[in-house]
Ligand binder design. Sequence first.
Ligand code: ADP
Length: 367
Amino acid sequence: MTPPQIELRGVGKSYSGTTVLENLSLSLARGSRLALLGPSGSGKSTILNLIAGFSQPDTGDILIAGQPVARIPAHKRQVGVVFQNYALFPHLTVAENIAYPLRRRSVAKAEIGQRVNEVLGTMRLSAFGARPIAALSGGQQQRVAIARAIATRPDVVLMDEPMSALDRALRDELQVELKSLLTQMDATVIYVTHDQREAMALADNIAVINHGCLEQLGPTETLYRTPASAFVARFLTGASSLEARVSGQQPDGALRLAFADGSTLFGNWRAPGPVPNIGEVVELVVRPEDILVDTSGVMNEGTMAATIDLVIFEGSHRMVRLRLVNGDTLVSRRPAEDALVTGTSVRVGWAPQAGRAYPVIPKAAVS
Ligand code: ADP
């Protein structure tokens, strides 16, 4: 049986007594593209640095292609790394930067020239080989950094927020280029980001990291459709969440959820473990596209009073922030043709299956 390309077994890491990663295990098949997604400070870069060999775990093992790598130094790990800040040599030309890791690996001179030309072509940098790094724009420099990482034909490519220093337009452009490049390569890729849209665009699997723990790992669409926790639902889908008390269960299994203002809304229990009892408090999570806004004034069960607090026109749709009686807010994405006006009193609701109920987690955990 082929071993996973990358495997972490019970990896732990602390800095000055503070636990950054705790008993983290994950495995990644050869050729897969994984996004490590989580808020800033959740431990994503730490995971990448451990795999690259820039630091060592305190506990657990890291295996690449089935081999423990604890004794293998970074430059011998068959791993290409791309950082947010490019980490290029400013005094070298574009071609010299790309050639550098090949020289370190004692690749023959003729082959170095050939590979440098090849990756310059792949990254659409052929005209820039002789230029000094300082003469390039940020987007071009990041393309050089990617070219340098792939020139060694590594089995594993690690990318740490490679686009976060670029402006929006460049990011969108490079994202498309990177997607097609990664699809052509058979390397295994781990891509660190705190941007869920970037994670979904570039990866086929996502691992959501929260405070150094793996919340959920799976195919992108599976995580989007069936988040295993309120944290994943909120972080990955931009969903709003409310605390509610269970007041009963419908014949179809949906929970009736009571709110302090007297309204009842519905949600389905989505977490492992038994369905909560009447009286227990749950976290109800609903995606923006599922939150409906009713301006007709009809007070149906399954809806709640709200005031439109903010409307942002985004071309194809409007993002609408709704303030509830208790001050909590929900965010709804409505079609652009829905003429919703700030200050209007409305009812909000959703189809029962769109409401997802989970155990309560502290709001501060999602930044
Ligand atoms: P992320 O990549 O998710 O933003 P990091 O892995 O960079 O998170 O950091 C996780 C935590 O570990 C943070 O609290 C950070 O301050 C801490 N940390 C990371 N590297 C070091 C280090 N070399 N020394 C001390 N603390 C560190």
